[in-house]
Design a protein around this ligand. Structure first.
Ligand code: DQA
Length: 153
């Protein structure tokens, strides 16, 4: 059982970056918490972050389309950050994998600037979680634990 967590541009700065909007937890804290929670249920959570769109495309292709099908991830959780609003390439990479994904945003993008209200991913996502801070990631993880693996939480 394998899941992929993808974080996009500037999310390496979590904890320091506009903490009133994005919170005080670092990305490493968030990832470790989710890795531990997944591991408790026998699920491996692979975590990647990059500020480079092409690197994220490479990683999504890699983990989603490994030649050994059994080694592929079963589903994805992604906060593409600013790439949400710009990236046809990430959309196409996710579609190419044919893996279901949940889109997560820490902030409520609908309560912010107009340019944050369009996402290139939402219409092809299984679901979208926004505005619930770091807890949104755990909610997405719990969704896959129950709905992908039928684990009783
Ligand atoms: C974000 C929202 C995006 O609009 C923004 O560019 C980010 C983070 C969020 O998690 O709230 O970098 O995805």
């Amino acid at each position: 059982h394998k899941l992929l967590l993808v974080n996009g541009v500037n999310l390496n700065l979590l904890g320091k970056r506009e903490p009133d909007i994005y919170g005080h937890m670092t990305l490493a804290d968030i990832e470790q918490h989710l890795i531990d929670r997944a591991a408790n249920y026998g699920v491996k959570l692979i975590c990647i972050q990059s500020n480079h769109e092409g690197k994220l495309v490479d990683d999504i292709q890699h983990y989603g389309l490994l030649a050994d099908r059994a080694a592929q991830v079963d589903a994805i959780i992604i906060n593409p950050a600013a790439f949400t609003h710009t990236s046809v390439a990430l959309r196409d990479a996710l579609l190419a994998t044919q893996k279901p994904f949940i889109e997560v945003h820490l902030s409520n993008v609908h309560a912010r600037e107009a340019f944050r209200q369009h996402s290139y991913l939402s219409d092809i996502a299984t679901g979208v979680i926004c505005g619930l801070g770091h807890r949104g990631y755990q909610m997405a993880l719990d969704y896959w634990l129950t709905n992908m693996y039928a684990i009783n939480l």
